[in-house]
Write a protein that binds this ligand. Sequence first.
Ligand code: ZN
Length: 168
Amino acid sequence: MPNIRDYLGNEYKVLECLGCEIAKKGIIAPGGVVYESDALIMSGDPEIPIGGFLVINSKRHINSLTEMTKEERAELIELVVKSIKVIKELGLATRVTVLQEERSQHFHVWIFPMQDWMKSKYGEGLAHIREICEDVRENTDAAGRHKVVEAVEEIKKYFSESEKHDKI
Ligand SMILES: [Zn+2]
């Protein structure tokens, strides 16, 4: 596994599995952990600076929804729904794409905010997500990266406040 360098320039060693490193907080994406339980952990993406882009990782080294308990699946879908809501409420995107690939060795879900500039530059749909990710990795300046960290912090605040008031 190659080392990874997050979009703020922090380098991390990945010994075996990126998902496991994230699960045990050996790697913490810029902005920090948004949500954590015994089964799941969610933060921004370490390498791709897009405001509102969230990644949910399983704590266990599994690669399929079918390996989760019923309770874990229920928790996951609530977390997905809550994430979509917060992205929209904070005005980070009007549409959200949710992706999970069993191809990956460690279970994770992408909560991908489809922003207006992406639609106008690349068109809508799954086909362009890789290109969009490459684009932002190469072309986001320091101020833009800082804004992404701020978006993660806003999402964190929303999550902790909604937990207090129990409004999912
Ligand atoms: Zn793993």
